[in-house]
Design a protein around this ligand. Structure first.
Ligand code: ATP
Ligand code: SF4
Ligand code: MG
Length: 341
């Protein structure tokens, strides 16, 4: 599949991640932030990735773009994007993919806009740095004017008045800044957007409105979206498929309605019980006593066993098998519902 000649368009899933494993070196030992993660994402599809704080969601998102701190190490795995494995590529080669093909909306991105530049200027600069994608070739001034029109279109698309292009970040509300960051991520017309908690810092009403808009933009542009959040209620609103991460591993993955109505993994069931709806009040993880484990020395067998009400000796000793049911799978010795290993 990967050896197709270059003139043949690659028709497989846009993104196939296989056995992705990423560690951080620390004085205490290696933090196993992403461990053996495998999933794929189709063209025009939305995959929601959920899990508690510290389970490795951001590390996975950054790992896909290989935007990693110096103490991180991609231990093994493949990141096959549009038929090309990104894992072995160096930084210069990765630059051809970042922004142009895969854009990222970083966690707390709305605070990441440079306060001394006007918002539109920052987007134009990013476009210029990537050789003006989607802009006809011509004299510099003409390209800039064309790009400015494009940015205005993008502002309208994300529900912002184009006049706001000429404002400084501090002159915009949190919701407006977040919309500007979304517009920026779309400026190079990427095929895939990785959105890391893009609405978490906003109040619920703004969050809901932006989510709805993001979903309609995603449909209109045919984007693939990897949507990272700790909030399962948000995933229910945007995602076709949902992946549940626990302690660096993907423990359940499947079509959103199926995972929501018939979770197989006890951790998924606990998460769902704690997030009644996007509007509802969040409850503590009542069904899940205890804390997520250390990723330097994670528990043996199933990493969830110290907190799992269904844990047995088997769970403590052996890595759980993957069991499938309908359009979902879970890694568990004693899954909920009908499926049994
Ligand atoms: N640069 C780093 N060096 C060492 N450990 C790190 C580094 N970055 C993250 N970690 C650790 O890796 C694990 C995963 O972190 P990550 O930020 O990916 O989690 P997350 O799921 O995105 O959490 P949150 O929901 O709080 O954003 C955590 O244990 C974290 O402490
Ligand atoms: S493998 Fe065992 S401990 Fe892990 S989630 Fe399943 S039942 Fe619980
Ligand atoms: Mg994070």
């Amino acid at each position: 599949m990967l050896d197709q000649p270059s003139h043949t368009p690659f028709t497989g899933p846009l993104l196939q991640v296989r056995d992705l494993t990423l560690h951080y070196r620390t004085r205490q030992g290696d933090v196993r932030a992403v461990d053996g993660v495998t999933f794929s994402l189709g063209r025009g599809q939305v995959l929601g990735l959920v899990g508690e704080s510290g389970c490795g969601k951001t590390s996975l998102g950054m790992g896909l773009l290989k935007l990693l701190p110096s103490n991180a190490r991609l231990v093994r795995g493949e990141i096959i994007f549009d038929g090309q494995d990104l894992a072995p590529l160096n930084d210069a080669q990765m630059r051809r993919y970042r922004w142009r093909r895969i854009a990222m909306i970083f966690q707390a991105a709305m605070n990441a806009l440079d306060p001394v530049y006007r918002v539109g200027e920052q987007i134009l600069e990013a476009m210029e740095a990537h050789a003006w994608p989607g802009i006809e070739d011509g004299p510099a001034g003409q390209k800039r004017r064309q790009a400015r029109e494009k940015v205005k279109e993008l502002f309208r698309l994300v529900g912002l008045d184009p006049e706001l292009m000429d404002r400084y970040p501090h002159e915009l509300s949190g919701g407006m800044r977040q919309r500007a960051v979304i517009a920026m991520s779309l400026a190079c017309r990427p095929d895939l957007v990785i959105a890391d908690e893009p609405t978490t810092a906003l109040d619920v009403i703004v969050q809901e409105r932006i989510l709805r808009e993001l979903k309609s933009i995603q449909k209109e542009l045919g984007l693939s979206l990897l949507y990272i959040t700790h909030d399962v209620a948000v995933v229910a609103e945007v995602a076709d498929q949902v992946g549940v991460m626990y302690a660096g591993q993907l423990v359940e993955l499947g079509d959103t309605p199926q995972v929501f109505h018939q979770p197989m993994h006890p951790y998924t069931a606990g998460l769902l019980a704690s997030f009644p709806s996007i509007r509802g009040e969040k409850r503590p993880l009542a069904a899940l006593p205890g804390e997520p484990p250390s990723l330097v020395a994670p528990p043996s067998g199933c990493r969830f066993h110290p907190r799992c009400p269904r844990a047995t000796k088997e769970c403590r000793q052996e890595v759980p098998p993957v069991v499938g049911q309908g359009n979902a799978w879970a890694a568990c010795w004693h899954p909920l519902g009908a499926a049994q290993p």
